[in-house]
Design a protein around this ligand. Structure first.
Ligand code: TXA
Ligand code: MG
Length: 318
């Protein structure tokens, strides 16, 4: 059952978030499906609730710029943009800091993270009360319209999340503009609440690149910014070859692996998703001959896990 909470119940919403539960909350753009951004299981639960067939990176919401600077490396452009547009409907994609506490799953395995400071006072109050940054995609099921009222959210996610914090109708109604600042030239990944023209006038020319929300194939340039293991991957493996490391799933482990990391011994796909990127990084060591991956059921979050593994196993061009 999903709780319907009002602004007076802010502490209850914050308590749920601290416990790893999911709470939808209003921002000035659209309602977000919030979870503790520092918890891989909470972020995995977000993907599960949305029924997303693939892991897109999520926007992490913080209450002030200083909290963003603790997660990612700011340059002068980022600082100027944050000063001018935060709080507000602009998300900045920046490089994760070495010790960034945000879940790897929030970055979908990349070395970058999207951040924004929402303008909605209830959103900022919630982030402060929770005491953690909140990963929050729009609070709709995958492939559906973004919700701008608590009733819209309930129609999408009732029974799938712990609570909906009702703060009335969102004023902007379209998502935030997503600007990638990881390269030399800023790139617009998604048009949104802050117009491109305004950004161009403020920081100069901006390249425009199609966002990957709908799963458009990755261009070679984008692949470089994704985490791809350097070892070859073999999928649907039942017999391990000499020297291979094994990415296991479930209780029955085939013998002979040089090293085993189990995504979920119980065969829990949400737990497996939470562990996926850390597990791949742990196994991607030059001392192994390759990474063998056990079969993972293609249902629920298993579809997103398999999508990611298939991309990692695909032949790469330098
Ligand atoms: O207005 C909004 O931005 C809403 C509210 C809730 O804040 N949130 C939202 O999140 O729309 P979501 O997850 O539905 O959209 C995130 C977008 C996706 O298009 C994703 O591809 C892009 O931001 N994105 C996030 N992190 C990224 C990253 N590290 N690199 C590239 N693109 C990223
Ligand atoms: Mg969305």
């Amino acid at each position: 059952m999903t709780l319907h909470l009002l602004p007076a119940d802010l502490d209850e919403a914050a308590r749920l978030l601290r416990r790893g539960a999911l709470v939808a909350f209003p921002t000035e753009t659209v309602y977000g499906l919030g979870g503790d951004a520092t918890s891989d299981p909470a972020v995995a639960a977000i993907f599960a609730a949305k029924d997303r067939p693939r892991f897109n990176p999520l926007i992490v919401h913080v209450a002030e710029t200083a909290a963003a600077e603790a997660l990612v490396a700011f340059d002068d452009r980022a600082r100027r943009l944050a000063e001018r547009y935060w709080p507000g409907p602009l998300s900045l994609v920046l490089k994760r800091r070495g010790k960034c506490p945000a879940a790897l799953l929030a970055s979908a395995g990349r070395d970058s993270l999207a951040l924004r400071v929402p303008a909605h006072p209830l959103a900022r109050a919630l982030i402060r009360a929770a005491g953690v940054p909140l990963a929050a995609p729009s609070a709709n099921r995958s492939g559906r319209l973004s919700p701008t009222t608590a009733a819209d959210v309930a129609a999408e996610l009732d029974g799938r999340i712990a609570a909906i914090l009702d703060g009335g109708r969102c004023t902007v109604g379209v998502e935030s503009t997503v600007l990638d600042l990881t390269g030399a030239a800023p790139r617009l990944l998604r048009p949104g609440g802050v117009p491109l023209e305004a950004l161009t006038a403020f920081i100069g020319p901006i390249a425009v690149q199609q966002d990957m929300e709908d799963g458009a194939p990755l261009s070679p340039g984008m692949l470089a910014s994704h985490y791809a293991p350097s070892l070859p991957l073999r999928l649907d493996v039942r017999d391990v070859r000499p020297g291979e490391a094994l990415l296991a799933f479930g209780p029955k482990i085939p013998p002979g692996a040089a090293r085993v990391v189990t995504l979920s011994e119980r065969g829990d796909l949400v737990a497996a998703a939470a562990n996926l990127f850390a597990a791949l990084r742990a196994l991607d060591q030059p001392r192994y001959a390759g990474i063998a991956v056990m079969p993972i059921p293609d249902e629920g979050l298993g579809r997103a896990i398999n999508d990611r593994l298939r991309r990692a196993a695909a032949p790469r061009t330098p």
